[in-house]
Every structure is written in structure tokens, then in C-alpha cells.
Design a protein. Structure first.
Length: 299
């Protein structure tokens, strides 16, 4: 069969939105799919009003719409979504003539350059802009490979696997900093306040998932450097949830590296060997509130 001169799915990553063009003959079989069988993202966004005479179906959505997810790396902003093909059942309910398909879509944007088509003015930097740059902090949270040497290429896991998270902060001319993770929440939707909801780090730095039976969740000691923090979390899913996606939102915070960890600034894991909460740094007293739930609110 001759190759099509245009790809089955084409993506244009624009300044504030993405446009996805899908060939109706999606699988190159000569049997076009229906526009109603296509949707974009977990929010099931519909295509633009299709013209049955056209050979393509088009989706246009803002980068944050349709249930897309955002990953922030030191160099890029990565928006991810999925094109879903869900074929309708044939007239005979006993047979299936088409297989559902999912096409992952990514848009990458550099964090350190201008993505606008307009000119950048002025070319000189006033003193107040220099001061603002010195105080700017860039936070990132990445899934790492088994050796902690690079970012993990896949975000798929099996139950029984360990998720390796690395949080980092970089600054321009700031005083030395120490990074903490106050809270991490897992949800089944992008809305971090939705239900079901599981806060596996809570109370201003208590890795509460490490308290559960048969888990190896823990903060990793020692830190690579004060402005980085690593932690392990055993893979999980919500009971009764037929989906296979988890959305994780974390609140990261810094304090001056010269300040000793305290009940406001802590990273605590539960040690099953001792039956006690143990701090990554500082004395055991700073973790005593992880059991009582009376930890002071971080400032």
C-alpha cells in the first residue's frame, strides 16, 4: 500500500494552544473513522464542527484544557494530552470490528527563551529587573530512573514498583537554600481537591505513606545537595477506580540552608525497624508531630 503523503495525526504546538489534525482514514485501511469516535484528553473534548466531505478532523484547545497535564523540568514546560479513538459497537453486539486506540501528544516549550513572535524590548536590564532576577526561584519535580541519574522516560508503573521523585530548586544569585516538600496529593483527576484524594506527604513534611504496612516509601538520605530532595513512594491506585491515571500535585518550599531543620521545615519518614519517625536532618523531636497530627503550619 502506498504511504500517505500526510501523517495520520499532526500536531501544531502554538503559543497558547495546540491544534491536532486527524486523518479520517486513521489506520490507512480505507475505512474512515467517525468524528464522534474521536476525543481529546481525559476531559473528552470534541473536535471542531466536522465537514463530512473533508478527509480530516481538527481539534483546537488551550494548553491547559481537556485534562492536559503539565510537567516542569529545569529547561522545558511539557504539556501532555492524549487523542482517544473509541469505536462505536457494530450492529451485532457479539463482534468487534475495530480496536480502541490512544495517541500520546506532547508540546515542549523552552523555559529560558522567548516563545512569542513579537520583538523583545528593551535590550538593557534596569536595576530593579536585576534585583527581581536574583530573587527568582525555579522549582521542579521529576520522576527519576532507578539509578537517580536522569529523568525517567516513561511515566507508566506496575503495582509493586517504586516511584522515585526528585524535587529541585534553582535560583539566580540567591542565598544558599534548603528544599522541603510540605505536601503531595494524588487524585484521579487533574483537580487536586477532587475525590478520591490521597495525601501521601502531609503535615508540612511527614511522608505518611511510609507509615502504611508493607511499603518502602521514604525520604532518601543523604540529599544530593541542600536544594534537592529525593523520596520513594510505592506505586498505588485507588480502590475501585477503573482508570489507570494518577495526578500528583506537590507543594515545594525553601528555607535558608543556614537555618537548622525544625518542626516547620522538616522531611520525616517512619522507620518500621524502630517504630519511630526519623528526620532526614535534625533531631527526632522535629518529627514528633507526625503521629499526633499537630504539626505547626509552615511559614
Amino acid at each position: 500500500r502506498a504511504l500517505s503523503p500526510r501523517p495520520a495525526v499532526a500536531v501544531r504546538c502554538q503559543e497558547g494552544q495546540l491544534a491536532v489534525t486527524v486523518r479520517r482514514d486513521l489506520f490507512g485501511t480505507g475505512r474512515p473513522v467517525r468524528a464522534a469516535e474521536l476525543s481529546l484528553g481525559t476531559a473528552s473534548c470534541l473536535p471542531l464542527s466536522p465537514n463530512p466531505a473533508q478527509a480530516f478532523v481538527t481539534f483546537v484547545a488551550a494548553l491547559h484544557e481537556c485534562g492536559s497535564t503539565l510537567q516542569v523540568t529545569p529547561d522545558s514546560l511539557i504539556y501532555r494530552t492524549t487523542l482517544f479513538y473509541k469505536p462505536t459497537r457494530s450492529g451485532n453486539p457479539l463482534i468487534v470490528r475495530a480496536t480502541p486506540a490512544e495517541v500520546p501528544i506532547e508540546c515542549h516549550y523552552p523555559r529560558r527563551s522567548n516563545v512569542s513572535s513579537g520583538a523583545v524590548h528593551p535590550t538593557w536590564a534596569p536595576f530593579r529587573s536585576t534585583l527581581a532576577a536574583e530573587e527568582r526561584l525555579r522549582f521542579s519535580l521529576r520522576l527519576m530512573d532507578d539509578e537517580w541519574s536522569r529523568e525517567r522516560l516513561s511515566n507508566g508503573f506496575q503495582l509493586g514498583d517504586s516511584l522515585r521523585f526528585q524535587a529541585d530548586v534553582t535560583s539566580e544569585g540567591h542565598v544558599p537554600l534548603r528544599l522541603f516538600v510540605d505536601q503531595c496529593v494524588a487524585t484521579a483527576t487533574p483537580d487536586r481537591s477532587s475525590s478520591p484524594r490521597y495525601a501521601f506527604i502531609d503535615l508540612g513534611g511527614c511522608l505518611v505513606d511510609s507509615r502504611a504496612e508493607d511499603t518502602g516509601s521514604a525520604f532518601v538520605s543523604p540529599r544530593p545537595r541542600p536544594e534537592s530532595l529525593r523520596f520513594l513512594v510505592d506505586a498505588f491506585k485507588f480502590a475501585g477506580d477503573v482508570g489507570n491515571l494518577l495526578y500528583i500535585s506537590c507543594h515545594l518550599r525553601v528555607s535558608p540552608a543556614a537555618h537548622a531543620p525544625n518542626p516547620w521545615n522538616k522531611a520525616c519518614s517512619f522507620s518500621k525497624a524502630s517504630g519511630l519517625w526519623a528526620p532526614l536532618e535534625g533531631t527526632a523531636a522535629i518529627c514528633s508531630c507526625c503521629d499526633t497530627g499537630s504539626c505547626p503550619s509552615p511559614g
